[in-house]
Design a binder for this molecule. Structure first.
Ligand code: ADP
Length: 459
């Protein structure tokens, strides 16, 4: 490459007046633009001595590093800037390049999509392609794409990533509180301590060296009320609620799932305080070890990177709750500190809790005098979802009667008893049998100690 006279003149001028910041900055920029990377790096370093906090000079230096493949050095230069809330998005793109160079695709994708969601003009098709695994048409399941939002454009290929990514999840304001959750006093208390108090009284927690943050993993048999609890926790806190079915995300077109996941976290961050609820988190974890599925590994890494939040303030006010029926598939990487590090068992309801759940489920219906305890006694092994089925069936029968009678007939205890008799409880027994296997034979770390008294009971 032949040097040009203008550049040489700039070099000479800078040598004559080394303290002239605008001149040195200009020279460094020109060197970078013309590809004299080592020289540009030296010039940016010299300029930074004159103006240590100058954002443009830092960005120039970082770019010189990235283009020389000194990715670690670039990240070291960028790190203090990225820690500032609202840092200029172009730093995010530079960091994404450096992270990609280091092989940390999950974090790189996080930085990149975060940056272009704030400044779409920074979109870079080449970088986006490298952050997105090649499409695998065989994995596409158009039928499985969340249909409820068919109006939203689905990103189906890498070049589409220049558009701002959309989340398929929706923000809800639940309106439920713990008063709508019957029984489960121990679970509610655990959630109060783990989630609500740290946010409501941060000073108290700080005084004991604890900080708010980290996620809760709700686990237990299907239908026991995990989703219901998470919604109620959001209402209790006055927070918005975002419900994400991870299986839906996984079943999307390759590449779209990462963008959708990032967009979902971002949506929660924009709506803080927010409870971000991931149902079926085992769908991710179970597939993590499947080495054939490179793209599912990628989305898991992205999920973990989003959970970690990249910088301290990223997830402030975002409470992550996840639920699983199969906690034994959720591997250790998910349970590290700051991630889903707080397991809470959501047990099947005992008799008193069943009566309380029935009372809540019936509260807005026309009722005769009710003996909920009698119904609770004959619904052993029924979980919340089963009890809802009982009430729904009884109400349906009552509606038919009311229509033929031409007047509303209130719901009564025999209606519920009849409905209960016609229905079988779902999977609690099988669930307890599986849980027993894990507790008895795979509990070296003591992770399932909490389940011990339950699996020893009669099911
Ligand atoms: P899971 O997420 O554990 O599979 P859900 O939260 O979907 O279970 O529970 C199913 C339904 O059962 C809920 O929509 C709610 O109507 C009812 N339910 C479950 N537990 C309770 C409870 N403790 N109090 C009131 N209703 C409950």
């Amino acid at each position: 490459m032949s040097d040009d006279a203008g550049l040489q003149a700039l070099r000479d001028a800078a040598r004559l007046s080394p303290d002239n910041l605008p001149l040195r900055r200009h020279l460094a920029g020109q060197l970078l633009a013309k590809g004299y990377l080592a020289e540009a790096e030296a010039e940016f370093r010299a300029a930074l001595m004159l103006a240590p906090k100058d954002l443009d000079i830092t960005a120039g230096l970082a770019e010189a590093f990235v283009r020389q493949s000194s990715h670690g050095a670039a990240l070291a230069a960028l790190e203090p800037l990225l820690a500032e809330p609202g840092y200029p998005p172009r730093f995010g793109v530079l960091a994404a390049r450096a992270l990609l160079g280091e092989g940390d695709t999950g974090r790189a994708a996080y930085r990149y999509f975060e940056a272009i969601s704030r400044d779409p003009s920074l979109a870079d098709a080449d970088l986006a392609t490298r952050l997105t695994p090649p499409p695998a048409p065989s994995y596409a399941q158009p039928g499985a794409q969340p249909g409820a939002h068919s109006g939203a454009p689905l990103l189906t290929n890498a070049s589409a990533s220049a558009t701002e990514p959309e989340s398929n999840a929706e923000v809800e304001y639940a309106g439920l509180t713990f008063a709508d959750v019957a029984g489960m006093e121990a679970v509610k208390e655990a959630l109060r301590i783990k989630l609500l108090l740290p946010l409501q009284q941060p000073e108290l927690f700080a005084a004991y060296g604890k900080r708010a943050g980290g996620g809760v993993l709700l686990y237990g048999p299907p239908g026991a009320g995990k989703t219901h609890l998470a919604r109620a926790a959001a209402g209790e806190l006055g927070a918005s609620f975002v419900n994400v079915g991870l299986a839906d995300i996984l079943d999307m077109y390759v590449g779209s799932s990462e963008r959708n996941l990032h967009a979902t976290f971002d949506m929660a961050r924009r709506n803080r305080p927010c409870v971000l609820f991931f149902d079926e988190v085992d769908a991710l974890a179970a597939r993590r070890s499947d080495m054939r599925q490179a793209h599912t590994r990628q989305i898991v890494n992205q999920f973990l990177a989003e959970l970690d939040g990249v910088d301290q303030s990223a997830n402030e006010g975002v409470l992550v709750l996840a639920a699983t029926n199969a906690p034994w598939y959720v591997d250790a990487a998910f349970r590290r500190p700051g991630r889903l590090d707080q397991p809470v068992f959501v047990p099947p309801p005992d008799q008193a809790a069943r009566a309380a759940i029935l009372r809540i489920l019936c509260r807005d219906k026309p009722l005769a005098e009710m003996d909920f305890d009698a119904v609770a006694r004959v619904t052993e092994h029924f979980v919340g979802a089963d009890l809802k089925g009982v009430v729904d069936r009884a109400v349906e029968a009552k509606l038919h009667q009311s229509i033929s009678a031409g007047r509303p007939i209130p719901l009564s205890t025999p209606d519920l008893l009849a409905a209960a008799k016609s229905l079988r409880p779902t999977a609690v027994r099988e669930w307890m049998a599986t849980a027993r296997n894990y507790v008895m034979h795979a509990n070296d770390s003591g992770a399932w100690d909490e389940l011990m008294p339950w699996v020893k009971g009669k099911w």
